[in-house]
Design a protein around this ligand. Sequence first.
Ligand SMILES: [Mg+2]
Length: 402
Amino acid sequence: MGVRRVIAHLDADAFYATCHELLDPSLRGRPVIVGGTGPRSIVTTASYPARRFGVGSAMPMSRALRLCPGAIVIRPDRDLYTRTSRQVWDMVGAALVDAGAVCEGEDGPIAHLEQAGIDEAYAELVLIEKPLAFLRGLIADVRVQTGIQLSAGISPSRLISKISSDLEKPAAFVVLSREQALERLAGRPLSIVPGIGPKAAHTLTELGFQTLADLARADPVMLLQAFGESRGGWLAQVADLSVDVPLQPVRQRKSISSEHTFEEDVDPDPGTDTGAPMPLREQVEKMAAEVAGGARKRSFRGRNVAIKIRTGEWRTYTRATTLPDYTDDPARITLEAVKLWEQHRPAEPIRLLGVRLGAFEHVERRERTGTDSPDAATSPQLQFVLDGGVARTRPSGRRTRR
Ligand SMILES: [Mg+2]
């Protein structure tokens, strides 16, 4: 480990069950099991009161209900989890940016955060002066604002942090150096190591290695012979907890837009009988529907609807409306986009038209400063504008992915 790192692994406690408790506070403190109710259903997760009865994730529901007959069983609700998850990680990401825990993204600095699952993420805090105080404050803020309790493991590597956050759940805050971790984890079974599954653990046990301390005594050459070069080498690094994989931060999506560049500049008022620019209005409607569809597909709801207009003279401007609440309703987004179009359509010919939905739920929206580059649009396409930069486009494809 050449580079100094301060990696926090943040993991929500009983995430799914907590999401349901937030919707229905009467569930709080009661044994809640999330999962299907069919004969073959398994437990997705259980609240801590249910866990005290021995109920655990991936257990057959029938067995869980025998262990805890009084449990309240709730069907999984993907949308709820996605919304809550986004709320939590957007908040963590924004706090990291504010505190200077950033790294260079393609379009500028981004939060040094890698989401590892719906309810867990790694953050690099090395640039923060007092990382532990920062993290305690952040975890408290997240709890107050979202109702989600994060457990944290903090160490020089993601492996140690990942193991640590699980040591004292719920509301864990475990800080370990590599040396401290070697000492504290020495007697633990190898199954606590992410990446050592039941099968590998079994093989290791047969070779005489049950704990991390056992593995630390292993001859690295023997590990290479038994497990092959890459796996054996990895196990040798696990043994002294020196496995170190850098974070891969992902940019936060700030808006979804659809743009159309016309092959020839279009006169917005072609002098028809009514004077109504129907083709362009229809274009706006079509793009609004695309944007709404894209938002829905990803469980985004926004409250800022905007249109973008570029004239034949390359004058580019956007006009936006902020709604009183968040929406992904195609009819509503279309209505607002068309209204903006009617109010702001220019008299001069138009080269490009766009519709955008932004200010997503719980995402702090920062004003974009970049202007769109002349070649930024091929037609028509859906774009994702990412934190701190202009839209990326792929000439060949309809969509850019994050
Ligand atoms: Mg969790």
